[in-house]
Design a binder for this molecule. Structure first.
Ligand SMILES: Nc1nc2c(ncn2[C@@H]2O[C@H](COP(=O)(O)OP(=O)(O)O)[C@@H](O)[C@H]2O)c(=O)[nH]1
Ligand SMILES: [Mg+2]
Length: 708
């Protein structure tokens, strides 16, 4: 494989709802350019892109897969992606390294749930976008409706570049209104440029003029010329178009049948002619604030966007070169991990097939055998030059599960497997929760969890059960209580003696000083688990020595990590130590710690303790016809509806829901709306649980405690 200059590279992410045909289109493009000589199909499980075991098992793409085709003098890197928001991490990775996103639309369905979600993600990254209306060969194809749908959802910048002469079984001819010619496709890869049929000239002219006008709008000079002369030269059109697409002023709409390989040749022509090369796109700005120059002669910097460890391809590190020219044998410095990595062979990769590349210039995508100490999101560069490419940012996870090994004793194996998984997929998060005494896996959705389970079993050979995670409840009190505790032990040898008088109150901001007590000192402690502990010294006349106060505090803190109701953390308490006794010989820190702990515990139980639960803000995006169902279901989950806004053809319901209920929501929502609704969640605050729930939780805790 030769090496390609930045101007001859195109990086295109294939995006879109699952089943729209991304993988099939990528296969046809590889075939059209001669990269493969036999076309696989998703249904036969033999496409280049969906080569993974898990993709074979599930029958759809799960991972982002880098592919490349050589067309004329241009290297077209494609990154095929999965089409569910559960796998958003893969979509984010593809968008990160590509200058263009091609949103594939299933002509039968138009804009779908994931289309919207992916569009939102793409919009945040200022990438050039285009639309490919696919499956125009099916009887239910609705080209005009698709266009309206796209424009209503994503704006008028979506512009028709081609339209089909006929859809359905006879779909074989495209009217290209950009160049005002028609293309008739035949056989496996054949196409003929033909005259636009007379019946179509008026429509084609109209669309052509609209397109040229949009191109002219790119800059004032071009617009003036167009207004004066009523036309642009071919050179002006291509130049203007390139700018318009690179700066997101035009989103081209093209037509395809991935299955019948219709239109891919035109796509390739467009990609060569006007899709942005890495040189044409918005410049990437490093964390240090420097614009990164896409220059093959600059010092090398590269960014790692994907890791694999699997049977077919082996353990690989995928990267995009941001500057310089990457060659094998180079030593690059990983700033983040303060280590140097020696690169062996470098490869370009098509699915599971790799070919050695002599060099990869700035803008190109490649891989190397897995680097020892480098993870996703790391930048490596030539030593002495500090460049950090901004990291990929993933959405907040929205489902969680507790993971336990099916066989006792395999806890470590599960832990290692999960850690490896989250290294390959940082949109997953593993939490070894001391509080809940569970390993919690946080993911983007139920499907995402399912894949993690599958990979644990098949890749890391450990059978795990995913069980309901515990909820991080909190405990606090509702009234003031005073009390004392005397700890006394005199059974031969050194004795122990400590007496502590303590008052506890519910803590809140700006609370009045304790009555009838003189405050000698206070400490406001921000608890690691949220909330506060105010520890107030109101000792008079030195009845307890100053040096024993930290021990008392320690006793209190120890109790605060295991609340008496459910064993949860305690928060928002003010503790005043106002009296006590010491013994000249037997008092020591251990004795005061015990006394502090005991009086705190006794007081706490008297102080109308209550359980708090985490409440989340949720935003649920629901298609109009399901709004009623979703709204009426929310109260059954202790959800509180805050408001509803419309957003295109969707309604956005804002609500609050306890985490305990939210854990089951993803599945419920999917079944209520046939998978057409999505939601996001964010922690809001802790709130008291209703009395009936409190009793249930206390009973459960007691039962568990007795069992253990
Ligand atoms: N009729 C028809 N079917 C297609 C076309 N493109 C893809 N398909 C089928 O649609 C299904 C999903 O395709 P796939 O490429 O996996 O979609 P992806 O999820 O977007 O990657 C498969 O059964 C394909 O054979 C097309 O252009 N026409
Ligand atoms: Mg796919």
């Amino acid at each position: 494989m030769k090496s390609y200059e930045p101007k001859n590279i195109r990086n295109i992410a294939f995006l879109g709802h699952s089943g729209s045909g991304k993988t099939t289109i990528s296969e046809s493009i590889l075939f059209q350019t001669g990269a493969i000589n036999r076309r696989g199909t998703v249904d036969d499980r033999n496409t280049v892109s969906d080569y993974n075991d898990i993709e074979h098992e599930k029958g759809c793409s799960i991972l982002c897969t880098p592919l490349y085709a050589e067309y004329n003098d241009v290297k077209i890197n494609m990154v095929d992606t999965p089409g569910y928001d559960d796998y958003i991490g893969e979509i984010i990775a593809a968008l990160k390294v590509c200058e263009t996103g091609m949103m594939v639309i299933n002509s039968q369905n138009g804009v779908e749930v994931a289309t919207n979600i992916i569009w939102e993600v793409a919009s945040q990254s200022s990438k050039s976008m285009m639309f490919a209306i696919n499956k125009l060969d099916v009887e239910q194809a609705h080209f005009d409706k698709n266009v309206t749908d796209i424009q209503e959802s994503f704006g008028r910048s979506a512009t028709i570049f081609q339209y089909p002469l006929q859809t359905g079984a006879n779909f074989n001819t495209l009217i290209d209104v950009l160049t005002m010619s028609a293309y008739k496709f035949s056989g496996d890869t054949g196409f003929d440029k033909i005259e636009i049929p007379a019946s179509e000239t008026a429509k084609a002219e109209k669309l052509h003029n609209e397109l040229i006008e949009s191109i002219a709008e790119v800059d004032e000079e071009l617009m003036n010329k167009y207004l004066e002369e009523g036309l642009l030269t071919e050179e002006e059109i291509w130049k203007g178009l390139k700018v318009a697409v690179a700066t997101c002023q035009i989103f081209p709409i093209i037509c395809l049948s991935g299955k019948n390989n219709i239109g891919t040749e035109l796509f390739l022509q467009y990609a060569e002619k006007f899709l942005p090369s890495p040189l044409d796109a918005f410049p990437v700005v490093s964390v240090e604030g420097d614009k990164i120059e896409v220059n093959p002669h600059a010092p090398v910097s590269l960014f790692v966007f994907k890791l694999t460890s699997e049977a077919h391809l082996g353990d690989m590190t995928f990267f995009k070169v941001y500057s310089g020219t990457m060659k094998s044998g180079l030593d690059l410095y990983n700033e983040h991990r303060s280590s140097t990595e020696r690169f062996g062979q470098i490869f370009v990769i098509n699915g599971k097939k790799r070919a050695e590349a002599p060099a990869l210039c700035a803008g190109d995508i490649g891989a190397t055998v897995k680097l020892k100490n480098t993870g996703i999101n790391d930048t490596l560069h030539e030593k002495g030059k500090q460049i950090t490419i901004p990291k990929m940012v993933y959405p907040i996870t929205k489902v969680r599960t507790a993971v336990v090994p099916r066989t006792k004793g395999e806890e470590d194996k599960v832990g290692i497997g999960l850690n490896n998984l989250s290294q390959e997929d940082p949109s997953l998060r593993v939490e070894h929760s001391q509080e809940l005494r569970q390993i919690i896996l946080h993911a983007q959705g139920e499907l995402h969890l399912g894949i993690a389970k599958w990979r644990l079993e098949h890749r890391y050979r450990v059978e795990a059960e995913f069980i309901e995670p515990r909820v991080p409840y909190r405990e606090t009190i509702q009234k003031q209580v005073k009390g004392s505790y005397r700890h006394k032990k005199q059974s031969g040898g050194a004795g122990q003696f400590a007496e502590v008088h303590m008052m506890i109150d519910p803590w809140h901001e700006n609370m009045p000083k304790p009555e009838d007590m003189s405050v000698r000192g206070k400490d406001l402690i921000e608890l690691d688990w949220g909330g506060k502990l105010e520890f107030v010294n109101c000792i008079v006349g030195g009845v307890i020595d100053q040096r024993f106060l930290p021990a008392i505090l320690k006793g209190v803190m120890d109790k605060m990590t295991i609340g008496p109701l459910t064993g949860s953390y305690v928060r928002d308490i003010r503790v005043c130590i106002y009296d006590g006794k010491m013994h000249p010989v037997d008092s020591n820190e251990a004795a005061f710690k015990t006394a502090g702990m005991m009086v705190f515990k006794d007081n706490f139980i008297q102080a109308s303790p209550k359980i708090l639960e985490p409440i989340y803000n949720v935003e649920i995006r629901v298609p109009e016809d399901s709004v009623g169902d979703v709204m009426s279901d929310l109260p059954t989950r202790r959800g509180l509806i805050l408001g509803i806004d419309s957003e295109g053809r969707y309604q956005k319901i804002k609500a609050r829901m306890p985490l305990a209920e939210l854990d089951k929501y993803s599945t419920a929502l999917r079944s209520m709306t046939a998978g057409r609704a999505t939601y996001t969640q964010e922690f809001a605050e802790y709130q008291s649980v209703p009395p009936s729930v409190q009793q249930q939780l206390m009973d459960d805790y007691k039962k568990r405690h007795d069992e253990e």
